[in-house]
Design a protein around this ligand. Structure first.
Ligand SMILES: [Zn+2]
Length: 429
């Protein structure tokens, strides 16, 4: 396909829309960030991207929307058919969160390296809670994207060019550790796997680097760059805000994300706002939950729940309010439970069944059965009722209320909306 100017504009608009889908990037043109802005042509579209340092610190930088705006003929190729390999499948995609890996700069002879790199990133992601306890809610796929040349652009030094399938490059927007990808191309490859909830592009490199966005990126061969995916999924799945700060005061009112607030502790507690239920409780990233000043790119006038969570520094745990939001988000995407049709067996027993997610760790999934509104003592995933007991006035209603009782969620509204499923069967004579 020839890349017309219209196509380039469409691509740029698409990338911008994609960028805006991530809370990490919805920053507008805050003056606080102007200091980081690399030189770009006046009026050229830009977006804010997160830049990750090897010490775990994070900041944002403004980069051109389409770094590959002057494509060479090699980037014109459409996505080729690629093998999709299941890395871990825990159930049908309709009831799971699907993570899809795509690789760049891996030649056909290097697919074993790619496989190893995917597995090491998966291990890093699922070492962190609540991914660890809720791992069975995920499916993981890898798309075997084959590149003609090994490695990616501008690695190990700026100016190096390689002919690769996803055109990944370091020095994106002039920032050495910012690893960018042709997002449209990455999405085309990812679309060959089932229903991607998050795409992660791995570069065949050991140079530390990565970026956030609708397609998160990470260096496949760098042992610490998987932390970038842990953080990014906090945004894209959990709807969490960044908790790191930049000089200056917060502008405007309350923020929508569950892990930042303009209200200090006394106000939050008095008016029962945001994470008030967690105030004073221990938090997995250390210390206790409070209101710590400095978050979401401002140093004053806005608070975060803990001293130093992974939404502030890579290599850390999520804090308690963020962990709660992540668990709710997992269930919002994957669902907690589903029902199987009622059957009546040869002995005249009506059989009812539910399938439910089975998280590990401290969570406990309970089932409460009711027949015509009355609790019955059964607590398992199956219920059998002799048809004779259901004689008399019809129709009869059987319900199963499935709940994840994890203490990691305190908000009763979140628990009833996302950690509870009520399934109902109606029996007619
Ligand atoms: Zn972030």
């Amino acid at each position: 396909m020839r890349r017309s100017p219209t196509h380039v504009r469409r691509l740029a608009a698409g990338l911008l829309a994609g960028a805006l889908a991530s809370t990490a990037l919805v920053l507008g043109s805050s003056p606080a960030h102007a200091a980081h802005a690399p030189l770009t042509a006046p009026g050229a579209p830009t977006q804010l991207r997160e830049v990750f340092s090897p010490d775990g610190s994070i900041r944002t930088a403004r980069v051109p929307v389409a770094p590959q705006a002057a494509p060479d003929a090699r980037t014109e190729r459409a996505a080729e058919a690629a093998t999709v390999e299941p890395v871990e499948v825990n159930g049908p995609s309709s009831g799971k969160l699907d993570l899809v890996f795509v690789g760049d700069g891996y030649t056909a002879a290097q697919l074993d390296t790619y496989r190893r790199d995917v597995r090491s990133k998966v291990a890093e992601l699922f070492a962190v809670e609540p991914y660890k306890s809720y791992r069975s809610l995920f499916n993981i796929w890898q798309v075997d994207v084959v590149s003609r040349e090994s490695g990616v652009d501008d690695d190990p030094t700026q100016g190096v060019r390689r002919d690769t399938a996803l055109d990944m490059n370091y020095y994106c927007g002039g920032l050495d550790r910012l690893l960018c990808v042709d997002e449209a191309k990455a999405q085309q490859y990812a679309a060959q796997a089932p229903q991607a909830d998050q795409v992660i592009a791995l570069a065949n490199s050991s140079t530390y680097g990565g970026a956030g966005g609708t397609v998160a990126t990470a260096a496949g061969g760098n042992a610490r760059s998987g932390q970038i995916a842990v953080h990014e999924l906090g945004h894209s799945l959990g709807g969490l805000a960044d908790e790191y700060d930049s000089p200056g005061a917060h502008q405007g009112g309350e923020e929508p994300e569950p892990n930042v607030s303009v209200y200090p502790r006394a106000t939050m507690s008095a008016y029962r706002l945001k994470w008030y239920r967690w105030l004073g409780q221990p938090t997995p990233d250390g210390g206790t939950v409070g209101t710590y000043e400095g978050a979401k790119y401002a140093a004053t006038g806005i608070y975060r729940p803990s001293q130093n969570s992974i939404m502030r520094t890579l290599g850390r745990e999520f804090n308690a309010p963020s962990r709660e939001a992540m668990i709710a988000a997992f269930y919002r995407k994957a669902g907690l439970a589903a029902q199987t049709p009622a059957t009546r067996d040869a002995f005249g027993i009506w059989r009812f069944g539910v399938t439910a997610q089975q998280p590990a760790g401290g969570s406990r999934v309970t089932v409460r059965w009711r027949v015509d509104g009355h609790r019955v003592p059964a607590t398992g995933l199956r219920l059998g009722i002799p048809a004779a007991l259901l004689a008399g006035k019809a129709p009869h209603h059987v319900t199963a209320t499935v709940t994840d009782e994890t203490p990691w969620v305190r908000d009763p509204e979140l628990r009833s909306r996302y950690l509870t499923s009520t399934l109902e069967w109606t029996l007619r004579p």
